[in-house]
Design a protein. Structure first.
Length: 213
């Protein structure tokens, strides 16, 4: 598949987040790296994404994260727009194993591309499940889709396209093969059928067609 096609689709996948702040779309200006963030238990505007098995799970409290998964956790600061935190280029990675004396946890700003080695066995790994949800940690509709699948007892794998370059590439390849161009998340792969966004009736039909519901 031509690299230009994949590159174009990857840009499209990130467009939804960029729309949150049109002022940032100055093509002639190289965006500055995001500013450091403070991570502590008293903050209620943070989302945490951590690897567990084949999935990337999210939590709103550090106490909800298994101890074994706390050493490298992707943190999304909801007080910042996707553009302010440069979601297309960087991720905040925190060690939540133990707080410092002031109650904060160490946080580093990592290139999302360098972070791929961490996520290669989780969000970017080939899926053996019949359903894959391509998502972002800040996406409320993605959470609705996951709740729906859980209510239907349908197993799925979640892949965060903000946390893994390989997840982006995988989705771009699937979209190109299907002849579609996603402009946001979620994108739900039901046994090879891509659903853009969440339409409960369409999702149910797709699951039934594949014998998954």
């Amino acid at each position: 598949m031509p690299r230009t096609i994949v590159a174009g689709l990857l840009v499209a996948l990130l467009t939804y987040a960029c729309k949150a702040d049109p002022a940032a779309q100055d093509a002639g200006t190289e965006p500055a790296a995001p500013r450091p963030i403070r991570v502590a238990t008293d903050r209620k505007d943070l989302l945490y994404s951590y690897a567990e098995g084949n999935e990337y799970r999210t939590a709103t409290e550090i106490s909800q994260i298994p101890a074994a998964a706390r050493s490298r956790v992707v943190v999304t600061d909801l007080s910042l727009s996707p553009t302010e935190r440069q979601a297309g280029r960087y991720v905040y990675v925190a060690d939540l194993s133990a707080p410092a004396e002031d109650g904060t946890f160490p946080v580093s700003i990592s290139s999302r591309y360098g972070f791929e080695t961490l996520t290669a066995t989780t969000a970017g790994a080939p899926s053996t499940a019949g359903v894959v949800i391509y998502s972002a940690s800040w996406c409320g509709v993605c959470k609705q889709a996951k709740r729906l699948l859980k209510a239907w007892n349908v197993p799925f794998v979640e892949k965060d396209i903000e946390a893994s370059r390989s997840a982006q590439t995988e989705l771009a390849q699937k979209a190109q093969a299907a002849g579609v161009q996603p402009t946001g998340v979620p994108v739900i792969d039901v046994g090879g059928t891509l659903l853009l966004g969440l339409d409960e009736a369409a999702l149910r039909r797709a699951l039934q067609a594949k014998g998954l519901l």
